[in-house]
Write a protein that binds this ligand. Sequence first.
Ligand code: SAM
Length: 350
Amino acid sequence: MNIPKKLNAWREIIKIGKNATALKEVNVWFKNNVIKILQNESWNDFFVVPRSLDEIMEEFSYTDKDYLLSLLDALESDKIITQMKDGKYQILKPIKSNGAKVPDIFEDSVVDIFNDYANAIPDRLRGKYLAFSGSFNLFNWDDWLINQLYDAMRRAAFAFTPEVLKKPGVFLDGGCGTGIGTSAIWLYYFNEGHIGHDSNLKLYGLDSNEDFVNIANEEFDRIASYHKVLSKEKIREYKEFYPKFKIGSISEIPFDDSFFDHVYTSQVLHWTNVKKTINDIYRVLRHGGIYFGTNQMLPKVDRYLSVHIRVAKDAQGSFSKEDMTKWLTDAGFSKIKYATPAVLFRAEKL
Ligand SMILES: C[S@@+](CC[C@H](N)C(=O)[O-])C[C@H]1O[C@@H](n2cnc3c(N)ncnc32)[C@H](O)[C@@H]1O
């Protein structure tokens, strides 16, 4: 594994750019998933004439207007549906799935995960959420979290915020999943000579999914050995310096004010109420602390992905850089910077 200190930030970012092709494939696949669901809901039959929002809600017993609007918005941005002057929606082309190639970066297990989300869309329209925890096959998630894209994004985030590796401190990986990303971060610090008694590093992982946190705590040697930097045996020699993983929400962080020097989240914000999360991250950061990470943002990220994500309880789905800047600024952050296309972000609590 290349460690960010040897890497140039922009070279890492360009590598993510190459992954953008993969993202395009992913987006087409997400769109097709949603189309399939609406086809099964018999939208084509109902839209023989233009329909108002209330008519759509009533016909299908949908209860969540806001979620329905996000779905219509995705279809509108794709010119499948249009809203007429009188507010009614008209179908411009039949809602018909032509099949979509499974993205190269998706293992079968990942396809299963997102099919579960897609299948939950009709329930979500009727006000029933999929619980984030408990509904997932943990083995599938293990597979998904080691995917190359996440690895590239994490490396780019650290290359974009190099000072966090130079100045080890109290570090939070928010939404750490099974600890795959956290273990990569631990190895970045290892490579810098910061794992040991002399170091100021205190690495924490936080995730709302109890099963993920248990895996992270109990199987750190296995998880960290995925990165092929150190063998399991070597990793175990550093047991007393393992990261500490805790169950909890990144929107209500179970730590005191000003506890952390650095907070990092990668591909997590869209699963949460983002404004609330950013406010709480500000609270737990010390003055002089940095919040950084990655999140795909609108308009790059596809609206159909958001429709999938929002089936989970509390998930806000996609947002734009402008939204994020406003929430960061309102919380009190300064020196806000982004790098596309990931999107990488960083902000400071001065
Ligand atoms: C797509 S995964 C990203 C995992 C990890 N950051 C990485 O890059 O490998 C999203 C993670 O966010 C977690 N999550 C979702 N909502 C959360 C919340 N409110 N608080 C903490 N974790 C959350 C999920 O359990 C999941 O592990």
